[in-house]
Design a protein around this ligand. Structure first.
Ligand code: HAM
Length: 417
């Protein structure tokens, strides 16, 4: 039967059969990030449109073409296309900067949906999920080094070892204007050969030309001067210090002079991680420093750095055997009316002890019950009949090895949790 209603294009359900992998990744991220002193922050999905115009940048593709914007009365809201700007907004609004001290920044992480009206394809949805972290309150290269080291620890725990870190720097307010001029001089004689978008970008924000996705343009732009060659001494030293830390932590990386991020707020460090097997959308995460962002959103001069991982892309490179833990410990196989009645009480007691136990809501043939245990991916089947109830011992069958033993109720919970 053809369903009458379908989820909108580019937006999808995460079904119970796949939830254990999602929860595994989320659990691992919480455990790892909290080891590094990060705490969770939850910001709203809806924000003032202007927040993204001012931070991500009015001339970026994200803001120009990809936002879901809702006008209500004379106000304009947008579904968040990313979460750095909302986190910084909350940091300023609640004066969290007051808790920041030299060497002790505010460290937060988030997990949640983001929305971009892009053309859906493999690895690209209109609603997707990000796991992200933001460190607010330090320019120390150690912050850059620490989040990258944490990221590597996280990916190691997930079993994502086929990865490549690209590192670059986009300079700061001291050196970017000089580079911008160099780029404009170089682009001037070539701009007519570029696409229409690039001709507009050239006038609005020439640095965004480097973000062009059109192949013919990219071939031309491959020859353009790079920011890396134009870094001032401070930015160059900062990058050198970050590289030193990566070497010290044994994290391999490729310095990419042409690494361009699609958001305007970056300063100095930028990075992406690519994973193989993902096709064109091969960036599982991106991030960098945004030292001027807090101030531009009305806060004090507080630097920041962070990254965001695309959950869907990450999940497609987490090895398939990871996180398939199942959500059921035991299925009670009830034998006859008396068995079913007794199982109601037994299962109730087991659940109170923390066992994830399932049983049929009415008497069912044994074959059907065993089939269900298999469907649920349960670890054990527990046989409950009149004899078992009288003896206080039950047959417990390990459904992967097929081995069966007889256990009493007291030791059941211990075996099953
Ligand atoms: P971003 O590079 O725009 O950065 O997005 C980060 C990641 O989100 C991408 O590498 C990708 O894995 C995933 N992603 C982005 N768009 C889509 C999409 N349409 N479908 C599926 N996955 C997608 C940011 O969002 C910054 N806020 C990162 C950051 C945090 N920088 C500093 N702090």
């Amino acid at each position: 039967m053809k369903p009458r209603y379908q989820a909108p294009r580019g937006v999808r359900d995460i079904l119970p059969d796949e939830i254990d992998r999602w929860q595994f990744v989320e659990r691992t991220c919480r455990a790892v990030f909290e080891r590094y002193g990060f705490r969770e922050i939850r910001t709203p999905i809806l924000e003032a449109t202007e927040l993204f115009e001012r931070s991500v940048g009015a001339s970026t593709d994200i803001v120009r073409k990809e936002m879901y914007t809702i006008e209500r009365g004379d106000e304009s809201f947008s579904l968040r296309p990313e979460n750095t700007a909302p986190v910084v907004r909350a940091f300023v609004e609640h004066a969290l900067y007051r808790g920041v001290a030299a060497g002790y920044p505010e460290k937060v992480y988030y997990i949640g949906p983001m929305f971009r009206y892009e053309r859906p394809q493999k690895g690209r949805q209109r609603q997707f999920h990000q796991i992200g972290v933001e460190v607010l309150g330090t320019v120390e290269p150690m912050a850059d080094g620490e989040i990258l080291e944490m990221l590597w620890a996280f990916l190691d725990e997930l079993g994502v070892t086929d990865r490549e870190l690209l590192l670059g720097s986009v300079g700061d307010d001291a050196c970017r204007p000089g580079y911008r001029k160099r780029l404009v001089d170089w682009l001037e004689p070539r701009v007519d050969s570029l696409c229409e978008d690039c001709r507009r970008r050239f006038h609005e924000n020439p640095l965004r030309v480097l973000d062009c996705k059109v192949d013919a343009d990219r071939r031309i732009l491959a020859e353009a001067p790079t920011m890396l060659e134009s870094l001032c001494a401070d930015c160059s030293d900062h990058l050198g210090a970050v590289r030193g830390l990566l070497d010290r932590f044994g994290i391999e990386y490729r310095l990419d002079p042409r690494l361009v991020r699609g958001l305007d707020y970056y300063q100095r460090t930028v990075f992406e991680v690519l994973a193989s097997g993902l096709g064109a959308q091969n960036a599982i995460l991106g991030g960098g420093r945004y030292d001027g962002l807090v101030e531009s959103l009305g806060g004090p001069s507080v630097p920041g750095i962070g990254f965001a991982i695309g959950m869907e892309r990450l999940l497609s490179v987490v090895p398939p055997d990871r996180g398939r833990k199942g959500t059921t410990d035991v299925v009670a196989i009830t034998l006859g009316k008396e068995g079913w009645e007794g199982a109601v009480e037994l299962v109730r007691r087991l659940r109170r002890k923390g066992v994830r136990a399932v049983m049929p809501l009415r008497e069912r043939p044994m074959g059907a019950q065993l089939k269900r245990a298999d469907r649920l991916g349960a670890r054990f089947a527990l046989f409950v009949g009149a004899d078992e109830l009288a003896a206080g011992r039950f047959g417990l069958k390990d459904l992967s090895s097929g081995e069966q033993e007889s256990v009493d109720e007291a030791s059941l919970a211990e075996r099953l949790v």
